[in-house]
Design a binder for this molecule. Structure first.
Ligand code: AMP
Length: 361
């Protein structure tokens, strides 16, 4: 069913992704209400209303459900129970199952492998003895991550060529939480695909972006990625397969490692609009944000082709000082998030520099 103009879309999470979703919703004639504990959050500055409460506050969830014709979210750590409480009263997109899969790195890899999508090898790790054993299986190298609540490289530790043993206290230092040891992937580059699935099952995927991370945070996304057409098509097909397997409605971000021989290993799925898809607002007629709003509102998806090559760069912390110079450049689209304080490592905005114009994607 197509959401009527003037209807309200609920958004859980009030960061920059929620802000850009609210802006896209407004352009399609919808109102937005944001659930976010932080007052005057980036999303609430452009939304119609904020419910200032915790994401799992029962009264706030009831208020959100009552106020919204459909509810979506901007981050993957929305409590699954909260999504389920809402889903009993109002359509919630993407589905709670996507949250379950994305919130636990072991469940995520088992899901991906189960539908024929390759990932790095992995072992669940619960204690130092388990870590010793898992590292031995990977010849002393691997990336130890928390299974849950990890993002932007937080909660990770890399081991290279470690002789077995001597890991006493490592798991405790990681917070004594369930962990996963992943094989260390000798990747040549990292790419991501932004895909969307409509309420009617239609699928649209954007061209893969090539991503560079600094200090575990996305630094830049370049389109096109320097990969073969075969690899690009395989990445887009994998994103489509994930969307179908989850009976998904909305936009998803899927990150991959590209190996020297061009083979892909899926790293992570984000059941939401994604930082590596911000370039779409400048280089495509239709951004990932509008695509997501179209999907959750039951509107037809739009054409994901780009009209230009481009590079998107994040403005982190003091990078904000670059804004005046960027504003003076032609073919640069600057997007700021309304955050008052430029703290170290904080995403303040991004910009996309357009390159070669092209006739097709
Ligand atoms: P993640 O939080 O899983 O997105 O990881 C953050 C970054 O760490 C990735 O973008 C990679 O640059 C690096 N990384 C993560 N997992 C692995 C791995 N298994 N092998 C090599 N590098 C990795």
């Amino acid at each position: 069913m197509m959401l009527a103009a003037g209807s309200t879309i609920g958004i859980i999470g009030g960061g920059q992704l929620g802000r850009m979703l609210a802006m896209a919703a407004a352009r399609l004639g919808y109102r937005t209400v944001v659930l976010e504990p932080q007052p005057d959050c980036p999303a609430a500055q452009v939304a119609n209303r904020q419910i200032t409460a915790a994401y799992d506050d029962p009264a706030a969830l009831a208020e959100l459900a009552a106020a919204s014709a459909v509810v979506t979210y901007e981050f993957e750590n929305v409590p699954v129970a909260a999504a389920e409480i809402l889903a009993a009263r109002v359509p919630v997109h993407p589905p709670a199952r996507a949250l379950e899969v994305a919130q636990d790195r072991v469940v995520e890899k088992e899901f991906l492998n189960g539908i024929g999508i390759a990932t790095a090898g992995f072992h669940p790790v619960d204690d130092d003895a388990g870590l010793t054993e898992a590292l031995r299986a990977f010849d002393g190298s691997g990336v130890l991550k928390t299974r849950r609540m990890g993002y932007d490289g937080k909660g990770q530790r890399v081991f290279r060529n470690m002789a077995s043993g001597g890991f006493a206290g490592v798991c405790e230092a990681m917070g004594s939480v369930p962990l996963i040891l992943e094989a260390l992937v000798p990747f040549e580059r990292e790419i991501s695909v932004i895909g969307a699935r409509g309420a009617d099952g239609a699928i649209a995927t954007y061209a893969p972006a090539e991503n560079i991370h600094r200090n575990g945070i996305l630094h830049s996304s370049t389109v096109p990625a320097a990969i073969s057409t075969t690899a690009a098509d395989a990445a887009r097909a994998a994103a489509a397969k994930i969307l179908n397997a989850l009976d998904y409605v909305g936009v998803i971000g899927v990150e991959f490692f590209v190996l020297p021989d061009g083979a892909l290993l899926a790293n992570e799925i984000a059941p939401r609009v994604h930082n590596s898809g911000h370039w779409t607002e400048a280089a495509c007629a239709l951004s990932q944000f509008e695509q997501h709003i179209r999907a959750v509102a039951g509107l037809p998806l739009g054409d994901p082709r780009r009209h230009s090559d481009c590079v998107m760069e994040n403005l982190i912390g003091n990078d904000i000082a670059r804004v005046p110079a960027l504003l003076a450049e032609a073919d640069v689209l600057v997007h700021l998030y309304g955050k008052a304080e430029a703290r170290l490592g904080r995403k303040m905005g991004h910009f996309t520099r357009l390159g070669r114009r092209i006739a097709q994607s």
